[in-house]
Design a protein around this ligand. Sequence first.
Ligand code: 9MR
Length: 569
Amino acid sequence: DAGPAPKKINADQVAYLPGLPKRATLTSTATTPQTWTLKNAAGATVATGQTTPKGVDAASGDSTHVIDFSSYDTTGTGYTLSVGTETSFPFDISADRFKQLRYDALAFFYHQRSGIEIQAQHVGETYARPAGHLNVAPNQGDDNVPCKSDLACGYTLDVRGGWYDAGDHGKYVVNGGISAWQVLNTYERALRLGDASALGDGKLNIPEKANGVPDILDEARWEVEFLLKMQAPDGMAHHKIHDAAWTGLPLLPHQDPQARRLSATSTAATLNLAAVAAQAARIWKTIDPAFSAKAQAAAVKAYAAAKANPNKIADPNDGTGGGSYSDNTLSDEFYWAAAEMFATTGEASYRADVTGSALYKGQSLNQRGFDWGSTGPLGDITLAIVPNGLPAADVAAIRQAFTTTADGLLSQFASMAYPAAYRTTDGSYEWGSNGLIANNASVLALAHDFTGAAKYREGVFEILHYLLGRNPVSYSYVTGYGSQPVKNVHHRHWANQLDATLPTAPPGVLSGGPNSGLQDPIAARLLPGCKPQKCFVDHIEAYSLNEVTVNWNSAFAWVANWAAEKSSS
Ligand code: 9MR
């Protein structure tokens, strides 16, 4: 079925911050202001006020009013809002709720590791599982993987390790790459512009937690090492490795009996590998010089190979057993890779590729946001935060592109009943809209880093309120957080909805979110005619709405870490 009816009052189900705007949304066809009441956990009224009618909202189709209770600023737990007989889910007023969420969002990546046992001492008995894809029956293993039969590439690769992409067991270079980059950028941004003290060694419960290296780097390295293995002898990178046929749910990684195959190399994957390996080379330069040198050599080789093969597009029809992740616009991948190569090496040839790109100085930033197929902004983020030899005026122009885009997102909020920073040309919501929205939150966050302007920090939390419950379907899209978090995410292990002996997802995992394309059978059956923000159902088979992925969690972890850092300032 379509799940619980939405609430009439939708608020963040986790927390509002003291000192920041606090707004919720009432669904009501009343045209006059209504009286709202804020109650504490004991049920005592602590504030009242009048709603502001907003009329019909385009993204949700709801007739709404705004409840603005910003003036109430006393920290506490278990507050509720009510209008007449309608009440919201409870929430806190607190600066503390991101302290754990930042780590929960990062913990997702250990759960997704391939080629290593997930140990109870790190995740608890519920989530522990044997290693996947190490050639222990029925697995066929990622240790000796041939290319798909039509390629006849003449070699096999050992591509053990890395992170599973999502609810499936595929490993895709263009998506794993941006995810590793974003986890690393979470650290690099904190180091350059913020406070990295909460991102040191011993902060995550992972096997490497006491090795003297920040755990967030150890976690990302698990993926970077895999990306390096995906490089072919000629320097190009294989686009992906996954099962020969799609498997059903549930299925733990070690139970997967399918043959594993490498798809062809692609220019996009090769540039993605170059970008992430270059980033890794500068981050590990003093931490592990040998790994840094290895990564840099791989990056140089990959970048050269991509320039020699500038238009090798991944097959859009190669979607059996894994996603196609095909992208035929590569100017953004070229720009991003050049930016990373230049930031790491300072070399003139890379600099010329950066400054000669049509995307230079933030030209690819827009309100739709960025993802695996549009990576130009990743290059801008690096050029804006990592000291480099570009003219100061150019770096200022890159930073200005973030504030300009952030201003556009903020002005969009004013027209929305449930403010989510995201604008497509036709108002549709795409597969993974929550990931795009989280990435747009990072644009606002960077605008705050660059200018210090309070409005951008407020905007980041406004977006988090949407993801954590101020939305027209009344879900917290983050597992384990809020009164009505998503529970039935599309995942082959966290498949409790299909097999009661299996767990639901651990806390801190972001659902892909509303998708008005209705691209799976459940969505098509349950949601015909839905308004974009309402095209959602918490159903395990609704893979186009409710899957979880490394790239969406990297976006969310970036923002959750920023929010934790900025909660008390
Ligand atoms: O996140 C991807 C989204 O942008 C695409 O529109 C969609 C269809 O091609 O594929 C999504 O990626 C999925 C991938 O193909 C396989 N693993 C799970 C990913 C998330 O659903």
